[in-house]
Design a protein around this ligand. Structure first.
Ligand SMILES: *Cc1c(COP(=O)(O)O)cnc(C)c1O
Length: 388
């Protein structure tokens, strides 16, 4: 079966009611018929559910679909994208290890790397997302255990060559861990390019309707086993309710991403020469600095694009104030289009230099393109630009 069919048809076993759509298993624990079955479950001799911090049918269904979509061996789902990222670090890194990461990272991931890993004796170094593979190679140390990247990056939409990074990682016996949140498995398949692990914030495109938080890690069986044991003991389990929502969401991810991406590409083309904009960035625009890599590893350009306003910081805030339909909210990957101005919000605490290093300029606006009619989205952006 095609992965998309699996995402639609994978379902936990039907109950005696013979329901068509999966029911909600809101239960903290599971019963056993006899002491021997219970012993076997605790001894890992059976797959029986024990307790919803370890496993739950709704959560397992969501994991199975993500494993199918990403072409992975195994997976574990978590309460948020951040617990997926954190779990993948803490389960696999130990004191004395070195993490090599791209500099442009989701804000909370940057905080984990910079502020918390050092408390556990884990070192890190950053490499610019736009750097070539030689630069990455130079930064590998004898104690490097993991390479961690996002591609496209947030919010600068820089593209990293996942295949080249995987080859480098494996030459040095290092794990390649890729945050595939922005592209989704319908935009790129990091495991097919050689990645060992893929993490997701399911909160974004996977849910796609701005309802629940969730996260998931998929990849090599032996690595997932470590992550599962770490998470089972430390407790970032995904709620069965959120898993139920997310599992149903995956049944429409393909059609949603197709529309998000085609809306984004069309809007970007209309905006390219706008007089209030100095540049537009979208992975599938030939003017994108890493367009060749994007074409090679992505099947569509995704639902996010950025543009740089000629008027800088003040123009950025004015643009947001002028919007009539697009939402001003700290999220992305929704049916509703969202605009954000990183310099005055998510990245305001960075210095000008730090922002420059991760491709955030004062007038940068990031748009998460929704499923509204593309002309309505464009109309709102255009009128907000005209009135700056
Ligand atoms: C949102 C996001 C995260 C964190 O996910 P949460 O579900 O908010 O915890 C991690 N990485 C990227 C790229 C994100 O956009």
């Amino acid at each position: 079966m095609h992965p998309n069919t699996k995402a639609i048809r994978t379902q936990v076993n039907k109950t005696g009611e013979m329901e068509h759509s999966v029911p909600l298993f809101l239960t903290s624990s599971f019963c056993f018929d006899n002491a021997e079955e219970m012993r076997a479950a605790f001894a890992d001799e059976s797959d029986d559910n024990i307790y919803s911090r370890f496993s739950n049918p709704n959560v397992q269904e969501f994991i199975d679909k993500m494993v199918a979509l990403e072409g992975a061996e195994a997976g574990y789902a978590t309460s948020s994208g951040m617990s997926a990222v954190f779990g993948s670090f803490m389960a696999l890194l130990k004191s004395g290890d070195h993490l090599l990461s791209c500099r442009a990272l989701f804000g909370s991931t940057h905080n984990i790397v910079k502020k918390y890993l050092s408390r556990y004796g884990i070192e890190y170094s950053y490499v610019d997302a736009s750097a070539n593979i030689e630069e990455w190679k130079k930064n590998i140390k004898p104690n490097t255990r993991m390479i961690y990247v996002e591609s496209p990056t947030n919010p600068g939409l820089e593209i990293l060559d996942i295949k080249a990074l995987a080859d480098l990682a494996h030459k040095h016996n290092v794990i390649l861990n890729v945050d595939n949140c922005f592209a989704t498995p319908f935009g790129q398949l990091p495991i097919s390019l050689g990645a060992d692990l893929v993490v997701h914030s399911a909160t974004k495109w996977l849910d796609g309707q701005g309802r629940v938080l969730g996260g998931v890690i998929v990849g090599k069986k032996e690595l997932i086993k470590e992550i599962y044991l770490f998470c089972r003991n430390t407790g970032p389990a995904l709620s069965p309710f959120n898993a139920w929502i997310l599992s149903k969401s995956l049944e429409t991810l393909d059609v949603r991403m197709e529309r998000h991406a085609s809306n984004a590409k069309w809007i970007v083309e209309q905006l390219q020469d706008h007089k209030k904009i100095s540049s537009v960035k979208y992975p599938f625009l030939s003017s994108h600095p890493q367009f060749e890599i994007a074409k090679k590893q992505m099947s569509n350009g995704g639902g996010l694009f950025c543009f740089e306003l000629k008027g800088g910081l003040e123009a950025g805030k004015k643009f947001l104030d002028n919007l009539k339909m697009l939402s001003m909210t700290a999220n992305l990957g929704d049916t509703r289009s969202i605009a954000s101005h990183p310099t005055s919000t998510t990245h305001a605490k960075l210095t000008e230099e730090e922002r420059q290093a991760v491709a955030i300029t004062p007038g940068l606006i990031r748009i998460s393109v929704g499923l509204e009619h593309r002309e309505d989205i464009l109309k709102d952006i255009t009128q907000a630009l005209e009135n700056i």
